[in-house]
Design a protein around this ligand. Structure first.
Ligand code: C5P
Length: 240
């Protein structure tokens, strides 16, 4: 289960990121690097994490013309990230091209193939936000629709809230990876997350990976908090 826990490195310096990697490298499976940290530190932060033995989920949500996204994906693979994501609203051609070019480059250069994920509709978007940009279908219809398009285009999974897990599993089956943020241990504060689930609920609902930030970062004892989350995740599956 430890391998399925992703720590959100929501910090603004290489030094702060390095401190967290030293503390948590043995406790979590991956570190999520997002737009803030990457814009601040660049690829150096990814190299720092991998040099320390950690794995990286590069959360840059690429959304551009197919050629540009494919080239960015190839560079992410060359950097050695374990996972990266693209916006499914970029469309089938964009997703197919990034999958194809990353597969070709990693095969040619003998590199590991990263897990390529899609972002469907951001959880910050409501039905009326979609309507305003000309998308008449509600979020609950768009999320499984875009997840299915991602699957047909060759992506391995999506990032989605636990509320969306059922819809996605029904449409895409069990072999499609779902990475779920918005997770709060039973004892933690909800922060600004609106629709939260516990680690056990997320795993029981079918999440493959959980993204957790503040419940670990803000805990008095972050290592104990990470271990408690892994224990909660374990409690959701019957023992072998
Ligand atoms: O601190 P917290 O556990 O809320 O951090 C969750 C992480 O997951 C943050 O990096 C946040 O940007 C990300 N995320 C999210 N909700 C989404 C997508 C990503 O909270 N729908």
């Amino acid at each position: 289960m430890k391998q399925r826990l992703i720590f959100a490195l929501d910090v603004d310096s290489l030094a702060a990121a390095q401190r967290w990697v030293e503390i948590l490298a043995g406790e979590v499976g991956m570190f999520k690097v997002g737009k803030q940290l990457f814009t601040r530190c660049g690829p150096e932060v990814v190299r720092m994490i991998t040099a320390a033995g950690g794995e990286v989920f590069l959360d840059l949500k690429y959304h551009d013309i197919p050629n540009t996204v494919a080239k960015a994906g190839v560079e992410a693979a060359r950097l050695g990230v374990k996972m990266f994501n693209v916006h499914t609203l970029g469309g089938r051609t964009m997703m197919e091209q990034v999958v194809r070019e990353v597969a070709a480059a990693t095969a040619a250069e003998n590199l590991p193939l990263p897990i390529m994920l899609g972002v469907t509709i951001l959880t910050s978007s409501s039905d009326s936000d979609l309507d305003e940009v000309g998308i008449a279908a509600p979020v609950a219809e768009m999320v499984p629709r875009l997840a299915h398009l991602a699957q047909q285009s060759g992506l391995s999974g999506v990032v989605a809230s636990a509320q969306e897990l059922g819809l996605i599993r029904a449409k895409c089956g069990d072999d499609f990876i779902v990475v779920t943020p918005g997770v709060r241990p039973a004892s933690a504060a909800s922060d600004d997350q609106q629709r939260i689930v516990t680690p056990a609920q997320a795993v029981a609902a079918g999440a493959d990976y959980l993204v957790v930030g503040r419940p670990i970062a803000k805990a008095a004892d972050p290592v104990a908090a990470a271990r408690a989350i892994v224990a909660e995740m374990n409690s959701a599956v019957p023992s072998q």
